[in-house]
Design a protein around this ligand. Structure first.
Ligand code: VGL
Ligand code: ZN
Length: 195
């Protein structure tokens, strides 16, 4: 089902601050980590590309409550909270893309992220001939949602990893609403056993 010439895995924001104990900890957010480790293993065996995004904020940004935003400080560049959770096993050739560096923007979507050379995520996908994204991680109602909707808008096919997403649920039901929105926009959903 995975075609390494067209498909890529996108692992979203598996960082300490989005996991239990973190400043924006999602209840059982770390539940998705072993599942995404297995998805990464599958993609790796097939030599299909793997991207891992990270939320990567400056200490002062409009994204944070203190400066007009809705969030407590989280994923501040260079802090422990911004590190990938220690249980995440990133392959050596993973492409890390960072987002949220502009203090004027929330930048929830990976389509606002850049790789270590400063290349936009979409450009990197284009260079690799990628046409379909398998997306899982945190948070269902923010980065996963925005990334999936942007990808569909940009003409990619999108498969959401239903067993490997977790919601912030700032308002109860946000995660479920995001799932319905992604489905309505054209995303399909799979679990590990489907692959
Ligand atoms: C995110 C809340 C705040 C996300 C980022 O990546 O899903 N959510 N910042
Ligand atoms: Zn953020």
């Amino acid at each position: 089902m995975i075609d390494p010439t067209f498909d890529a895995l996108v692992v979203v924001d598996l960082q300490n601050d989005f996991c239990p104990g973190g400043s924006l900890g999602i209840a059982d957010g770390d539940r998705v980590i072993p599942v995404l480790n297995r998805y990464m293993q599958r993609f790796r065996e097939l030599k299909a590309p793997i991207y891992a995004s990270r939320d990567w904020h400056p200490p002062v940004t409009k994204h944070f409550q203190a400066h007009g935003g809705v969030w407590p400080p989280h994923c501040v560049q260079g802090t422990k909270g911004a590190e990938f959770h220690p249980a995440v096993t990133l392959p050596s050739d993973v492409v890390i893309v960072s987002k949220g560096m502009d203090p004027e923007q929330d930048a929830y979507s990976c389509f606002q992220a850049q790789d270590p050379d400063g290349m936009d995520f979409a450009v990197s996908l284009g260079e690799h001939g990628i046409q379909r994204l398998f997306v899982g991680g945190l948070a269902t109602d923010y980065c996963v949602r925005s990334t999936v909707l942007d990808a569909l808008h940009e003409g990619f096919q999108v498969v959401v990893l239903e067993d490997a997403i977790g919601a912030v649920d700032l308002r109860p039901g946000d995660g479920d609403r995001a799932i319905e929105e992604m489905r309505a926009a054209g995303a399909t959903f799979v679990t590990l056993t489907d692959l």
